[in-house]
Write a protein that binds this ligand. Structure first.
Ligand SMILES: *[C@@H]1O[C@H](CO)[C@@H](O)[C@H](O)[C@H]1NC(C)=O
Ligand SMILES: *[C@@H]1O[C@H](CO)[C@@H](O)[C@H](O)[C@H]1NC(C)=O
Length: 391
């Protein structure tokens, strides 16, 4: 009888302790629960791997292993590398410091020891504008930001867009691309916020991305900032972690990465399909992150980690996903495998080329690629370096 009561009491105590795990997600998603993932989206997720599986030429190669690491131990988690017309490199690390490096004849590049702080927040996608005079940055906390690089206003920051009229603040700006007519297309990954890794002092977008995926949070958006009216419009919503953005070289569409759906969408700007959305490429074998235009008019797409089977199997079970969210910090090293993968895709969505570092020996977690004068500059999420590859 006593044994029975103890067992019952223990069970009640356990359930009482575990109940909050069923009721809510961990920080910064506390207060919300995992949501249903539609059958349509589950079907999209289940297509993982297909564009490569049918293309024998894209067997795993080691071409990314020829990359050279730059500034090892000095630049931590620069999502991208921007190149100014004079060849100078600009990097923004995960702590919010802006670093510059100039090309040198003896060594490859020389890092300028004086870094500029533009934090707090996590700078994600960034590109040089105005012939290299400034940088447009998507900062997870601040929104779409302009940073002056030269002259007396060097280091000045102006916020171009941090809210959308009638829709409230932009909480998770991620990447941008400037069209020929000056319109800035940019994404907000989710209406949730970025997880702060307080002990290490940076905003952890990898943790945020995984929490967002297990929640089934489809609140990513494509936005457009018009520099003449200084207004920001919403073009797409309902994206499952909106990420990289690239305006097609012929200005006919904007490519928008939807990371947790393992696909890239196309938002049409011109022609009879103007305003319509279709799929550029889907079923990718890894989680796509950044997208940029290559010198030959195709796109460079970075896959940050191999596609995780978790969402394939747990998609329909939101309670399990919610429970799992409390263990993600333990499981994340299993998901965030060392792996390097950059894919070239045509504007018609055909996979043209794939560059791998199969076990991330030289480069892994590549988040964005910038092509400049026959070289690829690779930013990454997890490493303490950036890389350069001669094409
Ligand atoms: C490094 O940056 C500082 C501050 O902007 C600048 O004054 C200096 O000229 C730079 N050094 C080199 C070698 O470019
Ligand atoms: C730029 O082009 C886009 C897409 O065609 C259009 O919506 C926008 O109004 C244009 N902006 C300017 C300043 O011409």
């Amino acid at each position: 009888m006593i044994q029975c009561s103890v067992a019952l009491a223990s069970a009640v105590a356990f359930l009482a302790m575990a109940y909050p795990l069923f009721d809510r997600m961990p920080h910064p998603y506390d207060g919300v629960r995992a949501v249903e993932i539609s059958l349509e989206m589950q079907t999209v997720i289940n297509r993982v791997g297909s564009p490569f599986a049918f293309d024998p030429p894209f067997d795993r190669n080691e071409r990314l292993r020829s990359a050279t690491r730059l500034f090892e131990g000095q630049i931590h988690g620069s999502e991208s590398v921007a190149v100014r017309p004079n060849g100078e490199l600009v990097m923004l690390d995960k702590f919010g410091y802006l670093h510059r490096a100039h090309p040198d004849t003896n060594e490859l590049y020389v890092l300028n020891a004086s870094a500029l702080y533009i934090g707090p927040g996590r700078p994600l996608g960034f590109h040089v504008v105005d012939q290299g005079a400034a940088l447009f940055v998507c900062d997870s906390l601040k929104g779409l930001v302009r940073v002056e690089l030269d002259g007396p206003r060097r280091g000045d920051i102006s916020i171009l867009a941090n809210s959308v009229e009638g829709r409230g603040p932009i909480s998770y700006a991620n990447d941008l691309s400037v069209a020929a007519n000056g319109t800035v297309y940019f994404t907000s990954s989710t209406e949730g916020v970025v997880a702060l890794n307080a002990p290490l002092g940076f905003y952890d977008t990898m943790a945020s991305y995984m929490l967002n995926a297990v929640r089934g949070d489809m609140t990513g958006r494509l936005l457009a900032y018009d520099p003449t009216t200084r207004q920001t419009r919403e073009l797409m919503d309902g994206l499952f972690y909106a990420n990289g953005v690239a305006v097609a070289p012929d200005q006919s569409f904007v490519a928008v990465v939807e990371t947790s759906a393992y696909r890239v969408q196309r938002y049409w700007l011109t022609g009879p399909r103007s305003g319509d959305v279709d799929t550029l490429v889907e079923g990718l074998p890894g989680a796509p992150d950044g997208i940029t235009v290559a010198s030959d008019g195709n796109f460079w797409l970075s896959l940050i980690v191999p596609a995780s089977p978790i969402m394939k199997y747990l998609g329909p079970y939101r309670w399990i996903r919610q429970l799992l969210s409390h263990a993600l910090h333990i499981l994340s090293p299993l998901v965030a495998k060392r792996w390097g993968c950059v894919v070239k895709i045509s504007p018609a969505g055909r996979v043209i080329d794939v560059l791998y570092d199969p076990d991330g020996e030289r480069v892994s977690m590549v988040s964005a690629v910038t092509e400049h004068e026959g070289r690829l500059f690779l930013g990454n999420l997890g490493g303490s370096f950036v890389s350069v590859l001669d094409l």
